[in-house]
Design a protein around this ligand. Structure first.
Ligand SMILES: [Zn+2]
Length: 349
């Protein structure tokens, strides 16, 4: 098969479009002909590498993808989860790889699996014509559903849904503040929060990104480039009430986020684009009865819920630009430089 892979860590120049052995499905797995892959910033971080990251080289990037099932391995039911898709079906790939057998997986929290992997991070991913995955990782799409829409949806919506709805218990009528406008999880969070009946405030940099956030349903827009102390602007915009829930995947912004929250508020986080270490003032946490709630990806049941909403058109992935598989380096550069609004995808014809 053709794949875009790398043999050593480095810049975009290490990506190589070449031949690689087509994988064969093990028991319980399906062989998927990938038709579209969607990029995440994680792809570039894995390509660059970090201390302690050990990969079986050559490595193939890519957490998100969609395609058709070509063949199935021998049947094997580790645990039943509805009726799985079969040969010929279009599927969206779920990158959250639980083992299916540990206590967390068996109790429905496979994103907390004891032997957890993320597709494309430590396991070869979707920048390839074919991939083998356990059937439970595949969501059956309608026959005419667009592969790029499906690939663009999978990671960001499950992440946003699990954080806001399952972990954050977001209720209709609450106010949510989303710190950052352009990233994939943040745009998904705007849509999920609106669907839940919340009022959505967004802090973002620049008129363009805020206009796009507004087009996705954001009600209150705060321009960070004009308000360094944006927590005050948010407080004013909410009639000095503050917000119930904050989505903060930056991290270094926590002090302002903690200030914006109402008493009893929840700060949700699924990442730290501003870096992993920063200071907070603990007095805000206990004196205001705040909760800081972390999560990553989602269990299978949330993935199915959110993909049902995507297929029904209630959540609409924002697509940026599509590149052919052999131009994955240019696609990653576009994403890494922040030139995109919405998901960058690869076409795997
Ligand atoms: Zn497990």
């Amino acid at each position: 098969m053709k794949a875009t892979l790398f043999r050593q860590h480095g810049g975009p120049e290490v990506l190589e479009y070449t031949d690689f052995p087509t994988p064969e499905p093990k028991p319980g797995e399906a062989l998927v002909r990938v038709r579209a892959a969607a990029l995440n910033r994680m792809d570039v971080m894995v390509r660059n590498g970090w201390p302690g990251l050990k990969l079986d080289m050559p490595h193939i990037n890519g957490a998100d993808g969609a395609g058709e099932i070509i063949a199935l391995g021998a049947p094997l039911q580790i645990y039943p989860f509805g009726e799985g898709p079969g040969v010929g079906h279009r599927v969206a790939i779920n990158a959250n790889l639980g083992c299916g057998g540990c206590d967390y997986c068996l109790s429905g929290w496979d994103n907390m699996c004891r032997n957890w992997h993320l597709l494309g991070e430590t396991i070869r991913g979707t920048y390839a014509e074919y991939i083998c995955l356990p059937v439970r990782q595949l969501y059956k799409l309608p026959d005419d559903f667009d592969f790029h829409q499906a690939a663009a949806a999978a990671l960001v919506y499950q992440t946003a849904w699990h954080s806001l709805i399952t972990r954050g218990h977001l209720q209709a009528g609450e106010t949510v503040l989303i710190v950052g406008a352009g990233g994939g999880v943040n745009t998904a969070s705007i849509q999920v929060a609106k669907l839940a009946g919340a009022t959505v405030a967004v802090v973002g940099s620049g008129a363009d990104k805020l206009a796009q956030a507004e087009s996705l349903g954001a009600d209150i827009l705060v321009d960070r480039s004009k308000n360094e102390e944006w927590s005050k602007a948010v407080f004013t915009a909410t009639n000095k009430r503050g917000v119930d829930v904050i989505v903060d995947n930056v991290g270094t912004t926590y002090m302002q986020s903690l200030r914006c929250l109402k008493k009893g508020g929840r700060l949700l986080t699924v990442g730290n684009s501003g870096g992993p270490r920063f200071e907070i003032d603990n007095r805000f946490v206990f004196a205001k009865h705040l909760s800081i709630i972390g999560s990553t990806m989602s269990p299978l049941k949330d993935f199915a819920t959110v993909m049902d909403l995507v297929v029904a058109g209630k959540l609409k992935p924002v697509l940026d630009k599509t590149f052919p598989l052999q131009d994955a380096a240019a696609a990653q550069e576009r994403l890494w430089k922040g030139e995109n609004f919405g998901k960058v995808t690869l076409d795997i014809a």
